[in-house]
Design a binder for this molecule. Structure first.
Ligand code: LLP
Length: 411
């Protein structure tokens, strides 16, 4: 967003006019910013055979999926409905990978029938897969490489803590047994890097461990490093420079491919990197209130619309777009849910009055996709600004949406 001629706008559209047209609260996405993120990601990995599989759990709207498809990405999905949405958006099954966690084997069978790439992350389902498909159906395995052993930093420790996910490297021998007994064809090795991708050095260390394991498998077509690339949300925390990461990984990956004896594809599954900073939650201040010395700004939204501040203590920058020249004051910005519901505590904002628009930034990833109707409030509408034009891509909920699946019995 930019401040132009005294008003905040997005690709030439003022936030005030977005509210006039579509109402408040409102999710707004900037297609140009998403395309720029894809371009930047590719720029980093220009000399390898890179495949971006957009992790659509971050933002699943079908128009967003179509935008990704148009820009040449593939799709990372975690449920059958996500696969269906991907197909509806025009992705070919081969461009989609199914990377579920903790699912019944029947979901994997359904995904195989749908023709997508399969990723399995536990020995139990891998054994069922081997028994059913033998060498008829390739599979990628998700590993948990326990990289913590290699570094004492808190950042890497996070990788280790995610032990619910992935097949432990201690279980590789069981995977090898399934290969020889059932002819299981392992075509990819996957690790979801999560928030470990903080510096290229840490990442390269982890990657090296994965390459060492990969050498034990003969039928690989790709290595998949998952998602988890952090973005700058304005809280001053360290983020990775994706171009530098690509440049650092390129030669290491090339050396691995040489050793492996074949050129493999390099996959990533970025979610937040592509959409987080391309999205905004527009809210309206409906209440100003003072209590025990605190200055509250109450907005017409809440953690039912954007749960990240309450759930993860996640930082989101806020902008009072109605008062660009106003003096800074300190506010606690709260939502309307009837329990503790903070978007930000003691935050400096340009003086806020009732009726002002307060825009919450970095709301493109895990915003709408984690929204609920708690307190029986409607989820917001979604708008995409594409080629300079703001278009509705999801209607605001209505009362009928809230009650349509309820079955009223006589009491
Ligand atoms: N691949 C796999 C296997 C994943 O589990 C995830 C995210 C991604 C890719 C995409 O990660 P990303 O690039 O977006 O970080 N709700 C949380 C994030 C949970 C992410 C879970 N897995 C949030 O609001 O930050």
């Amino acid at each position: 967003m930019e401040l132009k001629n005294g008003s905040y706008q997005l690709q030439g559209t003022k936030f005030e006019s977005l509210k006039e047209q579509f109402g408040s609260p409102l999710y707004i996405y900037d297609a140009q910013a998403i395309e720029e993120n894809i371009r930047q990601f590719r720029q980093g990995f220009s000399s390898v055979d890179l495949k971006i599989k957009y992790a659509c759990k971050a933002l699943t709207n079908i128009s967003i999926l179509k935008l990704m498809k148009k820009n040449g990405t593939g799709l990372d999905t975690v449920s059958i409905p996500e696969i269906k949405m991907g197909l509806e958006a025009g992705f070919e099954p081969e461009e989609i990978v199914f990377t579920p966690n903790c699912v019944d084997f029947s979901e994997i069978e359904t995904a195989v029938e749908m023709g997508v790439n399969i990723n399995i992350e536990n020995i139990s389902n891998l054994l069922k897969f081997s028994e059913k498909y033998g060498n008829q159906q390739p599979v990628c395995i998700r590993l948990n490489p326990h990289i913590a052993a290699q570094s004492q930093t808190e950042k890497v420790d996070w990788w280790h803590k995610q032990s619910k996910f992935g097949i432990s490297i201690d279980q590789i021998s069981e995977v090898k047994r399934m290969e020889s007994e059932y002819g299981l064809r392992i075509n990819g090795i996957h690790i979801h890097s999560s928030s470990v991708i903080m510096t290229p050095e840490i990442f390269i260390n982890g990657a090296q461990a994965v390459f060492d394991i990969a050498l034990q498998f003969e039928n690989l077509e790709f290595i998949d490093f998952g998602g988890g690339i952090k973005v700058d949300v304005g809280d001053g925390k360290e983020v990775i420079d994706v171009v530098a990461l690509g440049q650092a990984l390129d030669p290491v990956f090339a050396a691995f491919c040489k050793k492996y004896g074949r050129q493999l594809e390099l996959w990533f599954e970025p979610g937040r990197f592509l959409v987080m900073n391309s999205g905004y939650l527009l809210t309206t201040c409906v209440l100003r209130k003072q209590n025990s010395g605190a200055e509250f700004v109450g907005v017409d939204s809440g953690f039912n619309h954007l749960i990240r501040p309450m759930m993860y203590n996640a930082h989101h920058d806020l902008v009072n777009v109605s008062n660009p020249a106003g003096d800074k004051e300190k506010y606690t910005v709260v939502g309307n849910i009837c329990e503790i519901d903070n978007f930000a505590i003691d935050r400096q904002l340009n003086k806020v009055e009732e009726g002002h628009l307060v825009v919450i930034k970095s709301a493109g990833a895990y915003g709408y996709s984690m929204a609920s109707t708690y307190n029986s409030r409607f989820r917001p509408a979604e708008v995409l600004i594409h080629n300079g034009k703001a278009q509705l891509i999801r209607k605001r909920d209505t009362y009928d949406d809230l009650v349509k699946n309820q079955v009223e019995i006589s009491i």
